[in-house]
Structure formats: structure tokens, C-alpha cells
Design a protein around this ligand. Structure first.
Ligand code: AMP
Ligand code: TRP
Length: 328
């Protein structure tokens, strides 16, 4: 059976880009494949975190994932730090990756060059090696992610191939999968940058827990352009194309399909807002129920970690043996 693995960081608030780029497919694929989904709390540590906040955000993210539709009985849902094999395999991956290839990672270049004098941790640099370990530990075939993570999954492929050729076949070589619409949801106010978790209450970001009124307002105020033609053309019409990706993503169509029948921006915005609200309303209702019972979520995460360990343990043992570490 096909094995699927993906992860999401417990930082900031989950937004529509996360849902359309990744989470919606996680919920679909859990029934088609043997799927593992991970709240990657260790990845959050690449920037300093408030400890109480990190704990709360990790739990809240797990609840949101269940609210989005992940069924802890159908898939394996767990927290990365609960399965020690991730950090152990990460070291082998750091020693398999070259300095040059880690230096070329776009996300590292972006984040490390942001503010002059800002703290840049060593973990921010080696992060893709940990991500490769996350993926390779589970003999993963497919990795459903948004477009921004494609380069990191490519690296995981390269590391698996390099390790296999040096030490004999050990890892399954994984492949990224992208959605038909919503692979890169852009900021509604600045369609040249991706919608992101970083800024709270940002007018260009739709959060999964935003009130319907707020969603309507944010979409109504989304940047478009001076023409009045609705067509999907990311270069010439980034704002309108972003709305079409969102509408398509929320209704299971390609952006081009979603464009059919629209001649004006007003109705496009109104329908996009309605589709997003329809998508998020049941998620918000389920989240409210789950948030009322944190002990139950903790129990489900513990169960997930136990299931994950059963796969990760033997794969790590295989890798340690292949590379020549003396068995205990
Ligand atoms: P992160 O929020 O960085 O932990 O990302 C979790 C998942 O959401 C990854 O698969 C990302 O590729 C995806 N993702 C994040 N931002 C966007 C976006 N603006 N559009 C589409 N997918 C996204
Ligand atoms: N780096 C990913 C992100 O920022 C999250 C992540 C960590 C991940 N490990 C993973 C995604 C393994 C897919 C597979 O979005």
C-alpha cells in the first residue's frame, strides 16, 4: 500500500494556504493510503519560542487537524518530538547532505537574510535534513505539500539516493505531490508573496478560525487590478488569479474551470467568500468541540506516537546498520 507522510509546523495560526495547499488533501488521502501526519514541533524550534505558547499551539494544531477531517483511527497523527527516531536519523541526514546543498535552500536564504543582526540558528540551516529524516523514517512514497516545500522534498529524494548508493538500498525514494489548485495561495493584499502564518490579524491572510464576516471583508478588499476581465493569468493578473485558485481549491476545480462564467470582480469575490465560508464553517464547529476536551487530544496523540514508532524504529535500525554503527 502506498505510504503517505506530511508535516506542519505549530507556529502562528493555520491559514487557508495551509488548508488548500496541504491539509484538505491529507484528509482525502488518509482513506486511500497508509498515511502519517505529523505536528512538527521540533521544526518550530528553529526560531526561539515561548515554551507555554509552543505547548498550547502544538495541541491546538492537532485539534485543528482533526477538525479539518483527519481521523486518528484512519491515519497516524502524532507530534514529532514524541518519536525520538526523528532527531536520531536527522544526524545521519546532516552528514549525508552537503553544506552547499543546504546553503541553496530558498527558505533558508529567505529567512536568514531577513533582518540584519537578527538571530539565525544553526537549526534553521540544518532544518531540511531533519525534514528528510521525517520523510525517510516511514518508507514514504508520497509527500503532499504546497509548492514552497517542493525543494525540501527534492532534497529528501537526493539524500535517499545518495545514502542508498553509498551504503546499499536502505530508504524508499519519496516524491512530492501538489494539489490541482491552491498549491501556492498568495497574500490577498500582496499577491507577490505567499499567504503565511507570520503576521497575526494580517488583512491578506484568511485564518481557519476567522469569523465569516471577517472572511467576507478580507476577500472583498483583496487586491485585483485595473482591468475588468476575469481570467487565470498569474503573471499579468496575480490578484485575480489568486482568487480563482482559492475558489477552485475550495470547490474542487482547477482555477481555469473556476473562472468560467465570470465577467466582473464583484461576483467573483462574493462567490469566493461564500465558498470559503462554506468550507470553513463545519471545520470551525468541530474545532470548538475538540477544544473543549484537551485530554482527549493528548490521548489520541499518544496513540499516534505509538503507531509511528512501530514503523520508525525498524527503519532507523536499518539505516544505522547500513552506515556502519556498531550494534548494541
Ligand atoms: P507550514 O505552515 O510552513 O508548516 O506549512 C504546512 C503546509 O502548508 C506545507 O505543506 C506547505 O507547503 C503548505 N503551505 C503553507 N503556506 C502555503 C500557501 N500560501 N499556499 C499553499 N500551501 C501552503
Ligand atoms: N517544512 C515543512 C513546512 O514548513 C513542514 C515539514 C516538516 C514537512 N517535515 C515535513 C512537510 C515532512 C512534509 C514532510 O511546511
Amino acid at each position: 500500500m502506498t505510504r503517505v507522510f506530511s508535516g506542519i509546523k505549530p507556529t502562528g495560526n493555520v491559514h487557508l494556504g495551509n488548508l488548500l495547499g496541504a491539509l484538505a488533501r491529507w484528509a482525502d488521502e488518509q482513506h486511500l493510503a497508509d498515511s502519517l501526519y505529523c505536528v512538527v514541533d521540533l521544526h518550530a524550534l528553529t526560531v526561539p519560542q515561548d515554551p507555554a505558547e509552543l505547548r498550547a499551539t502544538t495541541l491546538r494544531l492537532a485539534q485543528l487537524l482533526i477538525a479539518v477531517g483527519l481521523d486518528p483511527e484512519a491515519c497516524t497523527l502524532f507530534a514529532q518530538s514524541h518519536v525520538a527516531e526523528h532527531t536520531e536519523l536527522a544526524w545521519l541526514m546532516e552528514c549525508t547532505a552537503s553544506f552547499g546543498e543546504l546553503s541553496r535552500m530558498t527558505q533558508f536564504k529567505d529567512k536568514s537574510s531577513r533582518g540584519a543582526g537578527e538571530f539565525v540558528s544553526g537549526g534553521l540551516f540544518t532544518y531540511p535534513a531533519l525534514m528528510a529524516a521525517d520523510i525517510l523514517l516511514y518508507d514514504t512514497d508520497l509527500v503532499p505539500v504546497g509548492d514552497d516545500q517542493r525543494q525540501h522534498v527534492e532534497l529528501a529524494r537526493d539524500l535517499a539516493e545518495r545514502f542508498n548508493s553509498r551504503y546499499g538500498t536502505t530508504f524508499v525514494v519519496p516524491q512530492a505531490t501538489l494539489p490541482i489548485a491552491g498549491a501556492r495561495v498568495m497574500d490577498l493584499q500582496d499577491p507577490s508573496s505567499k499567504m503565511s502564518k507570520s503576521e497575526d490579524a494580517a488583512p491578506g491572510t484568511i485564518l481557519l478560525l476567522d469569523d465569516p464576516k471577517v472572511i467576507e471583508r478580507k476577500i472583498k478588499r483583496a487586491v485585483t487590478d485595473a482591468e475588468a476581465e476575469v481570467r487565470y493569468d498569474v503573471e499579468a493578473k496575480p490578484g485575480v488569479s489568486n482568487l480563482l485558485s482559492i475558489l477552485g481549491g475550495a470547490t474542487g476545480r482547477t482555477p481555469q474551470e473556476a473562472a468560467a462564467g465570470y465577467t466582473q470582480y464583484g461576483p467573483l469575490k462574493a462567490d469566493t467568500a461564500a465558498a470559503v465560508i462554506e468550507l470553513l464553517t463545519p471545520i470551525q464547529a468541530r474545532y470548538a468541540e475538540l477544544a473543549a476536551d484537551p485530554a482527549e487530544t493528548a490521548r489520541l496523540l499518544a496513540l499516534g506516537a505509538t503507531k509511528a514508532e512501530q514503523i520508525a524504529g525498524p527503519v532507523l535500525a536499518r539505516a544505522k546498520e547500513a552506515i556502519g554503527l556498531l550494534p548494541r
